[in-house]
Design a protein around this ligand. Structure first.
Ligand code: DQA
Length: 151
């Protein structure tokens, strides 16, 4: 039987403010709630997950390098970095070009919001994208990732 796949669930700037930040867009639940939920979904799917959040671009780049080095798959909410961070895009590309899966997720649907949110510099190198379903975006991403690994 194959080893249990490990997934880093990485979250970018301002997502540590979930529950407080614009709840009409991002909901009332916190990052700690997401961690709890993700542990439950992972257990059901036979994955192990680690949820992390940072406001720091270089930290996020470092975590993506770590994913490559430890052969971990990634669920990534790049937050505002989605729209302009080529450094993050290049780090994320190293994940997918090394044969690992990387799913871009968003709580909201950026395509239905301000025009600066319509473009993702990460989408083109991601395995796939899930957006607009709140925490369910992460659940769907983990489920899709798990199914892809079984293919
Ligand atoms: C977000 C969407 C981004 O446009 C925004 O900058 C965020 C959160 C989301 O999850 O909906 O911080 O990635």
């Amino acid at each position: 039987m194959a080893d249990t796949a490990h997934v880093l669930v990485l979250n970018g700037p301002n997502l540590g403010r979930l529950g407080v930040r614009e709840p009409e867009i991002y909901g009332h639940a916190s990052m700690a709630d997401l961690e709890r939920e993700a542990d439950g979904w992972a257990a059901e799917l036979g994955l192990t997950v680690e949820v992390r959040q940072t406001d720091d671009e270089s930290q996020l780049v470092g975590w993506l390098h770590e994913a490559v080095d430890t052969r971990s798959h990634v669920v990534l909410n790049p937050a505002a970095f989605t729209h302009y961070s080529y450094a993050l895009r290049d780090a994320a590309a190293q994940v997918t070009t090394s044969g690992l899966l990387l799913v871009e997720v968003h709580l909201s649907n950026p395509a239905s919001r301000e025009s600066f949110r319509h473009y993702s510099v990460v989408a083109g190198i991601a395995t796939g994208t899930v957006a607009g379903f709140g925490f369910d975006s992460y659940r769907v991403a983990l489920s899709a990732l798990s199914h892809r690994l079984q293919d």
